[in-house]
Design a protein around this ligand. Structure first.
Ligand SMILES: [Fe+2]
Ligand SMILES: [Fe+2]
Length: 491
């Protein structure tokens, strides 16, 4: 463990930062990430955090994996330099590769380590990620091959298909890192792998001004077209939403207006009574609903109800996403209520309900790509699908959702929660309470489908909600899962 503030201080004074470890614990990972936040902030590059966090993780994993391989070969009594032995060892290494904990003891007592160095340069900063195992010629060939191909490939899925290598696992870490850096505007010289006598050094020269390359894909064009062709929110709902935002409106005026439209009445009552929106007794009259919900929340409910009607009638994949959204909505409201943000509880519910509307459109445009991406995210322990969507399609479901929300004139905080539900640390966020609540709720819902041993959760978010550690987080998840299941039985 190290202190990221001390290291950032060293970085500022022009010294080189030096971090060394043999086995990567969650704590070291958190420290590295918080150091990264600090270093990037020195260059006003906070917006690059998601990218660098992924790149660092992939490169560190890669270095660690090379060390694990050595430890593994030594354990089996095989010579890694010998081609026959190499094939023999690798055939059994694949199962171990994704479970570093199996080799933890061996790693810690070995001579192998991973070293990270970082220093300021004239135009930005320099990073070295080094592991002290000599690379075998075959490994180096494969590695260089991957890097070159990745720089040539147009998008991530294309690179992935070109480079699948059954012996080494997919070797995706390097490809992913190169693609992320390349699309962020880094040129080929900025990323180097240098084999040295007894080690391998991966170096990054990060310029302080990076300009991202816009990825244009056929699917992206189809998605944008689809969003543009979505119907607008019906006139009566627009008028009602204006009334909700007019300080001269009265509850009677609004209730009267809603009751004239049977389907809107049904929608409002249904949402107001849905699991966990407003607790207490069932609301049967629209007048009561408006009083209990309040005008600001009614505006949100109307937005949600209209979106649901449009999306449900248009997309066959609607249900698949909506189930997850209803659960996220419930969790978001509970988080806000129980963790100190009661004022945003209803807003969090609606934001949770709508956070993945972009995914509905994306799924309906290319379901097989979405499936491929979510498989990769799960297997590679990539933090979110949004990053891979950006790389392969050029737009993430979060951005698609925000485009739809803007088109439908959703309140600003709702647009922001949809846009950043996978990037809650983005420096430009104004309504961070709401964004973080939806982010956490979504993470809690995804928990079961992820690798259980590594919850990729931003530690800042846990801190914000006063969740001390993983046990407390798991317990909170189980509690909400239980109350949600009970709620569902009664609605
Ligand atoms: Fe999402
Ligand atoms: Fe989600």
């Amino acid at each position: 463990m190290f202190n990221s503030s001390d290291l950032a201080g060293q970085f500022d004074s022009g010294q080189e930062i030096y971090i060394s470890f043999q086995y990567l614990t969650r704590d070291i990972e958190i420290d590295i990430n918080s150091l990264l936040v600090k270093v990037l902030s020195r260059f006003d590059m906070g917006y690059m955090y998601d990218i660098f966090e992924s790149v660092f993780r992939e490169l560190i994993q890669n270095a660690l994996k090379a060390n694990m391989k050595r430890v593994w070969f030594e354990k089996l009594g095989l010579a890694i330099e010998n081609e026959d032995d190499y094939l023999k060892g690798m055939a059994r290494f694949r199962n171990v590769a994704y479970h570093p904990e199996l080799l933890r003891e061996n790693l810690v007592s070995s001579r192998y380590r991973v070293v990270i160095k970082m220093r300021r340069t004239k135009g930005g900063f320099h990073v070295d990620i080094i592991n002290n195992a000599r690379i075998v010629p075959g490994e180096l060939r494969r590695l260089n091959n991957r890097i070159h191909k990745a720089f040539d490939c147009f998008n991530f899925t294309e690179a992935y298909e070109n480079m699948y290598d059954a012996t080494e696992g997919a070797g995706l870490g390097i490809i992913l890192s190169v693609m992320l850096l390349k699309n962020s505007g880094m040129d080929t010289n900025g990323f180097r792998i240098s084999p040295e006598d007894d080690s391998v050094r991966v170096s990054l020269d990060v310029p302080s001004e990076m300009k991202s390359v816009e990825i244009t894909s056929v699917i992206k064009a189809r998605i944008i077209e689809e969003v543009e062709s979505l119907p607008t929110i019906p006139e009566n709902i627009v008028a009602l939403r204006l009334l909700c935002n007019d300080p001269d409106s009265t509850i009677e005026m609004i209730s009267d207006r809603i009751s004239r439209d049977l389907s809107v009445t049904a929608d409002v009552l249904k949402l107001a009574n849905s699991a966990g929106f407003i607790t207490g007794k069932r609301i049967r009259k629209i007048n009561d609903a408006v009083i209990i919900i309040g005008m600001k929340n009614l505006d949100l409910i109307l937005a949600a109800a209209a979106s649901r009607r449009i999306l449900e009638s248009r997309y066959s994949r609607f249900e698949q996403v909506w189930e997850h959204c209803s659960r996220t909505a419930y969790f978001a409201r509970c988080i806000a209520l129980e963790k100190g943000y009661p004022k945003i509880a209803e807003g969090a519910f609606i934001a949770g309900l709508l956070h993945d509307i972009g995914k509905i459109v994306l799924l309906s445009t290319d379901a097989s790509l979405v499936d491929q991406i979510s498989r990769l995210v799960k297997n590679r322990r990539i933090k979110t699908t949004a990053i891979l969507e950006e790389l392969s399609i050029g737009i993430s479901h979060a951005t698609i959702g925000a485009l739809i929300a803007e088109k439908w004139n959703f309140p600003e905080e709702l647009v922001e929660a949809i846009r950043h539900h996978h990037s809650p640390l983005n420096p430009g966020i104004k309504n961070r309470d709401l964004v973080m609540t939806v982010y956490l709720a979504n993470h809690m819902c995804d928990r079961e489908s992820r690798h259980a041993d590594l919850p990729f959760l931003e530690s800042e978010v846990l801190e914000k909600f006063g969740i001390a550690d993983r046990e407390e987080y798991e317990a909170f998840c189980r509690k909400l899962e239980g109350t949600y299941a009970r709620q569902q039985r009664f609605t």
